[in-house]
Design a protein around this ligand. Structure first.
Ligand code: DSN
Length: 425
């Protein structure tokens, strides 16, 4: 029996090794992922992952926290500085956890909120299937302009005035252009609505000052995950104005988190330091790469959305691939060539099982050092494969070859061989 179980364990480890090999030889283009530096990976495997530290820095419910206090104090301080935030809570263990805490802190049962629908790019956590249902909220969707791939500002103002929501939730999962936060502020004040901004996808761009600045535009709370354009360990964070500190903190602990994940806190502190040093250069290259990639895909013949406005202002590109068989078929074909992307609903889609689009994110390829010329090469490769029905094995060989020179993480202090399986003996 013990022998069988040992073999099972070996096979789990072997699967993880194969996963590492796949990602060392692939083009990861999922817009919600990234890769951490080696220091962060080391800290994620540290003893911190075994410990409890409920409570606050210097006021814990457990002994043994003296070094955890040092780490957490730094993470909080770095986050406040980087985002110029009045208050920071780094305990949420995911972006959804951050959204749950924020919505429970700022709404009461029966309140009305406004958020993006899923086909328009909204995240599932602010859809009718998720937190609004758990909290008993009435949900209206922002009016959306599919041509502009953004919230329709004028219609939004009318909708806020007539629906009188108590909270506006900006941000989303398909997020090409800055949302009209400043436009909403005055009318939000008139109807008494709070503004929350889910920055999960664009947190690294905000840190690097290449996207919008939600606090300066009128948001009172920013919720986020910490592992998309912000290249930290998987986790969550809430930034807020000082007057909301107590409500947010209580909704996080003890509201929705008992022990926060201390290995994540150490990794987050390191990533915040990396982004202080390299964030502006990293975010600028992400935007350049996204625009060049989108233009090159468009020139290949892909129906890239929003050509009339430069395709994108974020790390993301949206492509309508209905004519090529739809998002699922295209994503699967690309995967067979080691190009990892996801199918994505577009605003006109009705069937969640049959998305007509794909979403591409360049933040991880940028993090491993790819620049404009690689973006053009990848667009040409995708054109051969998808538009000219090219050979999948040949394309895979090309991807493996291209990746040979891009195995290190950039924009950090130590990123050598970042996709190698980490041995601990
Ligand atoms: N659903 C994820 C995304 O890919 O955008 C975020 O949670």
């Amino acid at each position: 029996m013990a022998g069988d179980m040992h073999a099972e364990i070996q096979s789990i480890v072997a699967s993880v090794r194969r996963h590492h090999e796949l990602f060392a030889n692939a083009l990861p283009l999922i817009a919600s992922e990234n890769i951490t530096s080696n220091t962060v990976k080391m800290l994620l495997a540290s003893d911190l992952s075994h410990r409890y530290a409920e409570g606050e820095v210097g006021r814990r419910f457990y002994q043994g926290c003296r070094y955890i206090d040092e780490i957490e104090e730094k993470a909080i301080r770095y986050a406040k500085e980087l985002f110029e935030a009045e208050h920071v809570n780094i305990k949420p263990i995911s972006g959804v956890n951050a959204n749950i805490a924020a919505l429970f802190a700022l709404t009461s049962v029966g309140d009305r909120i406004m958020a993006l629908s899923i086909p328009d790019g909204g995240h599932i956590s602010s859809s009718k299937y998720s937190i609004p249902a758990l909290r008993g909220l009435k949900l209206d969707n922002f009016p959306f302009d599919a041509q502009e791939m953004n919230i329709d500002g004028a219609q939004m103002l009318r909708a806020i005035k007539s629906k009188k929501p108590s909270l506006l939730m900006f941000g989303g999962s398909l997020f090409l252009f800055p949302h009209p936060v400043s436009e909403a502020r005055e009318v939000a004040d008139e109807v008494g609505a709070r503004i929350v901004y889910d920055a999960s996808h664009v947190l690294g761009l905000i840190a690097g000052h290449t996207f919008q600045d939600p606090f300066r535009e009128g948001a009172e709370v920013i919720t986020s995950s910490t592992h998309k354009t912000f290249p930290g360990p998987q986790g969550g964070i809430i930034l807020c104005r000082a007057n909301l500190r107590e409500r947010i903190d209580r909704a996080v602990f003890p509201g929705t988190v008992s022990n926060h994940h201390l290995h994540h806190i150490a990794g987050l502190a390191v990533t915040l330091a990396e982004m202080s040093a390299f964030g502006e250069a990293y975010a600028a290259q992400i935007i350049t790469n996204a625009k060049v990639f989108a233009q090159a895909l468009y020139e290949e013949g892909f129906e890239v959305l929003c050509e009339h406005k430069g395709f994108t202002e974020s790390h993301q590109i949206a492509v309508d691939v209905q004519k090529q068989g739809g998002g699922a078929a295209v994503a699967q074909k690309l995967e067979r060539a080691n190009i990892i992307i996801n199918k994505n609903l577009l605003p006109s889609d009705k069937d969640p099982e049959e998305p007509s689009g794909i979403r591409l994110g360049v933040q991880e390829l940028t993090r491993i050092g790819m620049k404009e010329s690689e973006m053009k090469e990848i667009a040409a490769l995708m054109g051969r494969l998808i538009l000219k029905d090219g050979d999948e094995d040949q394309a895979k060989g090309y991807v493996i070859d291209l990746r040979k020179n891009f195995q290190d993480v950039q924009y950090c202090f130590d990123g050598t061989d970042a996709y190698t399986f980490p041995e601990i003996r």
